[in-house]
Design a protein around this ligand. Structure first.
Ligand SMILES: [Zn+2]
Length: 90
C-alpha cells in the first residue's frame, strides 16, 4: 500500500472522519497515523471536533469549545511544520 504524506493526510482527514473514504484510503490514513504522532493527534482532534459538531448539530457551538479545538489543531499543524529541535534553547 502506498504511504501518504502529511499533506495528503490533511486532505483526506475530513472525508475519513465523515466515513466517506474508500476502505483503502481509510487504511492509508490509519497507517500514517501510526507512524506520524503529530498526524495521530491531528486525527484525534479532528474526530473530536466532528463529534462535537454532530452533537451540537443545529445549535451554536460555544465559542470557548471552538477556540479550544482551533488552538489544538493549529498547535498540531505548527508541530508538523516546525518540529521542535532538541538543541534549541527556547
Ligand atoms: Zn503526518
Amino acid at each position: 500500500m502506498k504511504p501518504i504524506s502529511c499533506q495528503e493526510m490533511g486532505e483526506l482527514l475530513c472525508d475519513y472522519v465523515s466515513g466517506e473514504l474508500a476502505p483503502e484510503q481509510a487504511q492509508q490514513v490509519e497507517q500514517h497515523a501510526r507512524i506520524c504522532p503529530p498526524c495521530a493527534i491531528f486525527l484525534e482532534t479532528y474526530r473530536f471536533a466532528a463529534r462535537v459538531g454532530q452533537l451540537l448539530r443545529g445549535d451554536e457551538m460555544p465559542t470557548e469549545v471552538y477556540a479550544r479545538i482551533e488552538t489544538a489543531v493549529f498547535r498540531c499543524i505548527r508541530i508538523e511544520l516546525n518540529p521542535p529541535r532538541p538543541n534549541d534553547d527556547g
